[in-house]
Design a protein around this ligand. Structure first.
Ligand code: NOJ
Length: 445
């Protein structure tokens, strides 16, 4: 593998870093903030992985942290707004302290000359809305619209880059089908309505941004995985196709006017039970860009469960492959495949890798973190991104996940993804070797 240099990338290629509200802000029930589903989920006695009550205390450390991003020579700082910090009850009265906080974050980015990219929804639904059914309730369209109207009118003169949703398949699949993420709901009867309402909000949110923000550049993000069959048997190939349809096509294709991928998963037609007249059009929106978020590869096989999908994954830990410390297969080449796949959609315009990273059990020793594996990962990832560019993919930027180690959802603080190490007791941050490497790499542009 040749040694990739930042100079090899186009001049206007954007380099950034991504963080999210719940995983970093802390101050979960103060400064006027309402509770979100993640506050509830992680504070239940049955949840054993800690919580984001303090997280990395970005609420009080945002200035130094944005400076840390700038110090890495990055162009973009992507963060999300906590809906319940702005609208504590989800709709209705506004929390002025929350509104001020995001002005301060945005202003800091502008002062430091690092461009703010704002995600409207990164999984932390206000709990009051979940009490009414959350994403399974079609009224979410009105609730979400009210929130997006407010944010875009409030910040739209300063922020031009907007992302409507972060990884819909993750929050709907894990939160409303598998019960592994907040709000912990399970089953197809939660999944299908939640998924359909999410698809509608994705497009409706995009339209609101474009209406309210002059010169807006609006996108939305998708999680994705390379999916391979366990062997060449037709039944396993078909199983891999179905998992691919679910994980990689489900939310983008309706936006592009292609509908849900029922060609591969016929049982998915049941989702039409939740359609109202006009929904097919309402689901479509011509995003200026899409965000691709790639972390791991999946190996699939045919199986009798779960229904509709009839396919299951063979865990990486049973396959004798390299894994991250969440047990997922590390496979940087998959990013190339994903960039090719998404670039092949005619109506996809620009693509940004809005998240990419790897978690290891990093150890702090003499104030240093020698994370050679992460440097290797970055080098390979940049190599395949460049290869994708050479193959005419539409990729225009790369944002690393993430700035400082933070609260990794159901994994708690054990999965460290940061370019900086966080000591969660003292809240001190230490730059990792990978952070220093990236800083140097980007200095030579
Ligand atoms: C994607 C999610 O958007 C982010 O919140 C999460 O921490 C990373 N994946 C790593 O799992």
């Amino acid at each position: 593998m040749t040694n990739v240099k930042a100079k090899n990338f186009p001049k206007d290629f954007k380099w950034g870093v991504t963080i999210s509200a719940y995983q970093n802000e802390g101050k979960w029930n103060t400064y006027g903030k309402g509770k979100s589903i993640w506050d509830t989920f992680t504070n239940e006695p049955g949840f054993k992985k800690g919580n984001g009550n303090v997280a990395t205390n970005f609420y009080h450390h945002y200035k130094e942290d944005i400076k840390r991003a700038k110090d890495l020579n990055l162009d973009v700082f992507r963060f999300s707004i906590s809906w319940a910090r702005i609208l504590p009850k989800g709709t209705g009265s506004i929390n002025p302290k929350g509104v001020r906080f995001y002005h301060d974050v945005i202003n800091t980015c502008i002062e430091l000359d690092i461009e703010p990219w704002v995600t409207l929804y990164h999984w932390d639904l206000p709990q009051t809305l979940e009490n009414k059914g959350g994403w399974t309730n079609r009224n979410i369209i009105d609730w979400f619209s009210e929130y997006v109207e407010f944010c875009t009118k409030e910040y739209g003169n300063k922020v031009k880059k907007w992302i409507v949703l972060n990884e819909p398949m993750s929050f709907v699949g894990l939160g409303y089908f598998m019960g592994m993420h907040a709000p912990g709901k399970k089953g197809i009867l939660n999944f299908l309505p939640a998924a359909h309402h999410t698809t509608l909000c994705q497009a409706i949110g995009g339209r609101i941004v474009r209406k309210n923000v002059e010169n807006a550049f609006v996108g939305t993000t998708f999680s994705c995985s390379v999916v391979k069959p366990v062997n060449r048997l037709v039944k396993h190939k078909r199983a891999a196709e179905r998992i691919d349809a679910l994980l990689n096509r489900f939310f983008i294709e309706p936006a592009l006017g292609l509908g849900y991928p029922t060609d591969s998963i016929p049982g998915l037609k049941q989702i039409e039970n939740y359609f109202k007249e006009g929904d097919k059009e309402l689901m479509q929106f011509d995003f200026d860009f899409i965000g691709v978020q790639y972390y791991f590869k999946i190996v699939a096989k045919h199986s009798l469960l779960p229904p509709l999908l009839f396919a299951t994954e063979i865990p990486a830990t049973k396959r004798n492959v390299k894994t991250n410390n969440m047990g997922m297969e590390i496979y940087p080449k998959g990013l190339l495949k994903m960039l090719e796949k998404f670039s092949a959609y005619e109506n996809v315009k620009d693509i940004y890798i809005t998240e990419s990273g790897v978690c290891f059990d990093d150890k702090l020793k003499d104030e240093k973190i020698k994370d050679k594996n992460r440097i290797k990962y970055l080098k390979k990832t940049f190599y395949y991104t460049l290869m994708a560019l050479e193959k005419n993919s539409k990729v225009k930027g790369y944002f690393a996940w993430t700035l400082v180690d933070n609260f990794e959802w159901a994994e708690g603080i054990s999965a460290r993804f940061g370019l900086y190490y966080t000591d969660f007791v003292t809240q001190k941050r230490f730059i990792k070797k990978s952070g220093l490497w990236l800083q140097k790499f980007l200095s030579k542009r």
